[in-house]
Structure formats: C-alpha cells, structure tokens
Design a protein around this ligand. Sequence first.
Ligand SMILES: Nc1ncnc2c1ncn2[C@@H]1O[C@H](COP(=O)(O)OP(=O)(O)OP(=O)(O)O)[C@@H](O)[C@H]1O
Ligand SMILES: [Mg+2]
Length: 254
Amino acid sequence: MGLEIIGLNKTFSDKKSAETVQVLNDINYHVQDGRFVSIVGPSGCGKTTLLRIIAGLEKASGGNLLLNGREISHDVNRVGLVFQEYALFPWRTTLQNIELGLEMMDVPKEKRRMTAMKFIRSFGLTGFENRYPHELSGGMQQRVAIARTLITDPKVVLMDEPFGSLDSQTRNNLQAFLLGLWQQQRVTIIFVTHNVDEAVFLSDEVLVFSKRPASIVARFDITASRPRERTSTESNQMRKMILDTLEAENMETP
Ligand SMILES: Nc1ncnc2c1ncn2[C@@H]1O[C@H](COP(=O)(O)OP(=O)(O)OP(=O)(O)O)[C@@H](O)[C@H]1O
Ligand SMILES: [Mg+2]
C-alpha cells in the first residue's frame, strides 16, 4: 500500500515552436504509507513538475500513479499541497483560509468553523484567527498553509520547498512542528528541498534526482532514531554522502 510511481515520464511541448523538453525520465518509486520522503536535485531538474503531476495539476506524458492500488487522478482530495509561496488568499483571514479546504469539500458551516478553530489552537494561531495574511509573520503564514492542507485529512501531503524563504530559526522550529504533526497523523509526506540538512533531519528516505530530465540517481535511508540530533555523527555522515552524490550529479556534463 502507499503511493506507487510507475514509469512516469513528462515532456513539455511548445506547439508554436514545435520544441519539446523532456523533464521526467522514467521515474519509478514506491512510497510506503506514512513515510517521510525528501527529494533533492539540481535546480530545474523536474521536482516541482513531479509534485504537480502527483497533485493532478499537470498531466504525465506516460506512466501511472497509484494510491493504495487505485489510479490517483480521480481522487485529488486525498493529496494535499503546500508550496513555498504560501499561496494564502490575501482577502481571507486566518480562519477563512484554513476553512477553505473544508468549503471545497462541502462541509457544513458549523462543522467547518469548529474544526478550523481546533486547528488554530493546535497550530499556535490563537488570537490571529481574524488577521489577514499580510499581518502574519512568514512562519505563521506557512503554518496557516499547512493547517489549510491538513484539515482536509489528506493521505499524501506534497511539500515544495515549504520553508525555503524562512530564516533559519523559524525554519528549524517549523521542521520540528511538522515532524510532530506527521507523527500524530501518520500521513505520507513527499518533501522537496534544496537543503540537505533539512532533508536529513526530517526524512525516512532521501531521493537524489539527476539533472533534467530527472531520474532517480540514488536513494538514502535515514535510520537515525527520532528525535534527531542535527549534528550527530550519523547525521553528518548521511549529509556528506548526499552532498557528494549531488555534487557528482551537478558536475556531470549533459
Ligand atoms: N508549463 C511548462 N511548460 C514548459 N516547460 C516547463 C513548464 N513547467 C516547467 N517547465 C520546465 O521543466 C523543467 C523543470 O522545472 P521544475 O519547475 O519542475 O524544476 P525544479 O526541479 O522544481 O527546479 P527548482 O529546484 O529550481 O525549483 C524546467 O526546465 C522548466 O522550464
Ligand atoms: Mg521547483
């Protein structure tokens, strides 16, 4: 059970110039239920494209995606997305942004409000429910974005550099916060990052992608026990192996 990515390919074609760009090259991977998997890889290799395809925002050119054995595309509600740019609606308050996912699922108003308030409490947003995104710090905005996704009870959460624009202290706090949520909800997370430290701290598995067109060049199991020490010998060793693999990939001539 889990998410199966089978022979996934993606080529973008420009109808006007007849040019084509291959972005994903035969991605095969099985993400077991409840695992935290990170993806690192050169800029422009196809990571966001892969997440967009899993989320149903983009069509694959070939291959299959199965969630618990069923084609995923008709089941978009079971996949949540959190992007780097918080993508909150600026005209909606914290409460209204968090309720949005439930609105789209036609949950009645009373129930929506009650559930959203529960999330507001557990996400440390009490007192900010009626504030607009521009009145919140970056870390708070990202918590609202995560709450808005998790409130829909997704089976899989896709995160695309969600902490990329935060300062390192806020980033560390949110990493720990995310791990707490993940451990409580046992949701599957696929997390794209450029930060190898972050990948090693958070993940059960780290995938290294090649340059475009992306394929999986290496997979690392992070077996360090949790809660993790960021600077343990084990973490440092993993970090070095992943960084070396990435560096070798970046030096490869296309
Ligand atoms: N809609 C599109 N039409 C044409 N080309 C696209 C489209 N979306 C992405 N691409 C191209 O696909 C390639 C991969 O882009 P993608 O955004 O997936 O990379 P990425 O690995 O997420 O990069 P980064 O690490 O910089 O975020 C790039 O060359 C990009 O220009
Ligand atoms: Mg990207």
